[in-house]
Write a protein that binds this ligand. Structure first.
Ligand code: OFO
Length: 171
């Protein structure tokens, strides 16, 4: 059993995570279209990780004996002006998700739900890592500026990112 407010907040977060997945899938399509295959790969890995986040949240609600009413996922944007703009938007979005996770923790504390409080710690660590990754890529893109060679090298680096599924304990 979950407190009603807690359950609703977690269910909204399932939607937020699947929207994140959609957003990054759309960004992956944008990068493919402009010929940056490595950037497209990076965003495709990000998409898969967000699906894992959504499923982790979904499975947790079920594990507490609740049903899950899924909401409509809103449509993501499809066009950006530059790779830098994409990653600035990605960082903004992750900062929004961090605020959401902090809100969920506030609710868990308010309703004295220790299990959910513990469950959310994984997401806190994940958010630190995600924001750091985005900042690093933004810094590199700013350093590169209009240098085509630099962009080519970054594209090659981002193309090496691989998806690692969550372990059984994490999922
Ligand atoms: Fe990007 O961490 Fe989930 O949303």
């Amino acid at each position: 059993m979950l407190n009603e407010k807690m359950k609703n907040a977690l269910t909204d977060q399932v939607n937020e995570e699947f929207y994140s997945a959609y957003l990054y899938l759309s960004m992956s399509a944008y990068f493919s279209k402009i010929g940056l295959k490595g950037f497209a790969n990076w965003m495709m890995v990000q998409y898969k990780e967000e699906v894992d986040h959504g499923m982790k949240m979904f499975n947790y609600i079920l594990s507490r004996g609740e049903d899950v009413k899924l909401h409509t996922i809103k449509e993501p944007p499809t066009e950006w002006e530059s790779p830098l703009q994409v990653f600035e938007e990605t960082l903004n979005h992750e900062q929004h998700i961090t605020e959401r996770i902090n809100y969920l923790i506030d609710v868990a504390e308010e309703v004295k739900d220790r299990a959910t409080y513990n469950f959310l710690q994984w997401f806190i660590d994940e958010q630190v890592e995600e924001e750091e990754n985005d900042r690093e890529i933004i810094d590199r893109l700013k350093f590169i500026g209009d240098n085509g060679n630099g962009l080519f090298m970054l594209d090659r680096d981002l193309g090496t990112r691989t998806y690692t599924p969550l372990t059984n304990e994490e999922a």
